[in-house]
Design a protein. Structure first.
Length: 298
């Protein structure tokens, strides 16, 4: 086991339960982060005990697993990851845990987008910021849960169909709020480049000082170039994110005169009493925040 994967203290909670404790007879599923855990819960319902490795307000890019995480992973019947490079730590964790299965990649089949970063072409892993992509998650999760517990396949199918309808409603809601805003006003500044799929679906331009991962660092030249671009395109609003450090985006905003639009939930749900405790709540909250800010900027 690597020194990095011996991680933090074993006293840190192994895994955060996404549902109330259930009987040992039910399927045990582990998801890599809260957004994915909620979707697994929506499909699995009360037939699946779902837990998440990265907790509320956590950053899945910079997550450091613990020995307790490894123990919990080994006990799982099925493990879900989003994939596309999001969970760079998962292979090491699986190796350390002794988990014998193969994680289900929820994003398999998504129409992904690529971008240039540090001279390389990379795939954007933040697929869930469009509910159109989450429909692919739902189909993959239903298939995996049904394979793990065939006796409950009909239940999983019914849950998946009901939730897919909700995702269609979320997509329609976003279009109803954003399509009416003039195209030249659909520009915002965020902490890192995590809203590409949202931008693609709803024709919103997102500018950010950091790339697809919060582990990257922006050079002084990159920041200066971004500041000039924001001024030229007259971007008037910036947002910070619940799961990472807001200092850099605030620095850029100060240099450009962009005004704060509030907090967005990008890679993590809020705590249960927060405004984004489920994916549905998170997406609606983000849409409302972004639409309100762009309308005020007119």
């Amino acid at each position: 086991m690597s020194s990095r994967l011996l991680f933090l203290s074993a006293a840190i909670p192994a895994i955060i339960a996404f549902t109330a404790p259930v009987s040992a007879a039910e399927l045990k599923a582990v998801a890599s982060f809260t957004v994915l855990a909620d979707i697994v819960h929506q499909v699995g319902g009360d037939k699946v005990q779902v837990s998440t490795l990265v907790g509320p307000d956590g950053d899945p890019h910079e997550f450091e697993p613990t020995p307790a995480n490894a123990k919990a992973l080994k006990a799982a019947d099925v493990v879900f990851v989003s994939g596309e490079g999001l969970e760079g730590w998962m292979d090491r964790l699986i190796s350390a845990s002794g988990f014998k299965g193969k994680p289900v990649v929820a994003s398999e089949g998504v129409n992904t987008r690529t971008m240039e970063e540090d001279g390389k072409t990379v795939t954007d892993p933040h697929v869930w910021n469009s509910p159109v992509n989450v429909k692919v998650w739902v189909a993959n999760i239903e298939k995996a849960l049904s394979a793990a517990d065939p006796a409950q396949a009909a239940t999983f199918k019914a849950n998946a169909q009901a939730y897919t309808k909700k995702l269609d409603e979320l997509n329609a809601y976003a279009h109803s709020k954003l399509d009416k805003i003039p195209q030249e006003q659909r520009k915002v500044l965020t902490s890192h480049d995590a809203f590409g799929y949202f931008g693609r679906e709803y024709k919103v331009t997102f500018l950010a000082p950091l790339g697809v991962s919060t582990e990257t660092e922006a050079s002084a030249a990159d920041v200066a170039k971004l500041i000039e671009q924001i001024k030229a395109e007259k971007v008037k609003t910036y947002f910070f994110e619940n799961s990472n450090d807001p200092r850099l985006v605030k620095q850029v905003a100060k240099a450009t005169g962009a005004k704060p639009g509030g907090e967005l939930y990008v890679e993590s749900l809020s705590k249960p009493k927060g405004p984004a405790a489920t994916y549905e709540n998170m997406f609606r909250f983000n849409v409302d925040q972004i639409a309100t800010a762009m309308e005020k900027a007119s």
